[in-house]
Design a protein around this ligand. Structure first.
Ligand SMILES: [Zn+2]
Length: 125
């Protein structure tokens, strides 16, 4: 049986699915599903957070890619609030933490500071 990769919600890690057969007497009546990393038990097959790796286009490795992206942003001159580390957005307003005033996502300014993207575990990149 090949290992099934999952993205565990409990330990927030990429892990593998561990299956454990449930026996009643000598006959197999079902399976229990666990995270191989933290041991969290998923209540059913549909609860298992399978890792969808196949949909990712593999063009560069990770280090390669972030470097190319940063260069791209600078070359394009996209020094706009949307890409700025000081840009704060919430449901009510878009706000510049530097000037302490409302801004538009497409505004630009002298004090632009490129935001370093945090790797977001929840985004389906
Ligand atoms: Zn886990």
């Amino acid at each position: 049986m090949s290992a099934v990769e999952i993205n565990c919600r409990n330990c927030k890690k990429e892990s593998f699915l561990r299956r454990e057969a449930i026996y009643e007497g000598f006959s197999k009546v079902g399976e229990r599903l666990f995270c191989a990393s933290c041991g969290f038990e998923f209540s059913s097959e549909s609860e298992v957070p399978f890792l969808e790796r196949a949909v990712k286009p593999v063009l560069f490795d990770e280090s390669d890619r972030s470097e190319k992206l940063d260069l791209f942003e600078e070359e394009e001159g996209r020094r706009i609030c949307r890409h700025c580390a000081q840009y704060v957005v919430n449901p009510f307003t878009q706000f510049c933490a530097y000037y302490k005033r409302e801004v538009e996502a497409t505004d630009s300014c002298e004090n632009f500071l490129l935001r370093q993207e945090e790797p977001d575990e929840n985004s389906p990149i």
